[in-house]
Design a protein around this ligand. Structure first.
Ligand SMILES: [Zn+2]
Length: 113
């Protein structure tokens, strides 16, 4: 049950579609994969091959119905950006380079954009 009193704060999500991320909790903990989709309004992300759920698909047209596996959205707080230089999840900082905001690995200074 969700409390309706809770105010929803909108935080910008720290990852974007196509980013490499590490999953930090749940059954796929430690997995490195890429972000398929970011759902800003729900603060959720869909990560390729992670948080798989089985869904029943109705038969329609020429297709037989059946069970399909799809990625369920997960909370964006469960993923951390992956730094290819450090080869692990990393914290990021933002820096402005050439008037563009870029994300930088806090540990090694590698640009992640
Ligand atoms: Zn790094």
């Amino acid at each position: 049950m969700r409390s309706t009193k809770k105010t929803v704060e909108k935080h910008p999500i720290h990852v974007k579609s196509g980013d490499k991320v590490v999953i930090t909790s749940g059954k796929d903990k430690g997995k490195v994969s890429s972000v398929k989709k970011v759902i800003t309004s729900e603060n959720k992300v869909v990560v390729e091959g992670a948080n798989m759920i089985t869904k029943a698909q109705k038969a329609q047209g020429g297709n037989q119905g059946g069970l399909i596996k799809i990625e369920a959205p997960m909370d964006s707080s469960k993923v951390m950006l992956y730094c290819p230089a450090c080869e692990k999840a990393t914290r990021i900082k933002y820096e402005v380079v050439d008037n563009k905001k870029v994300r930088i690995c806090k540990k090694c200074g590698e640009k992640l954009d």
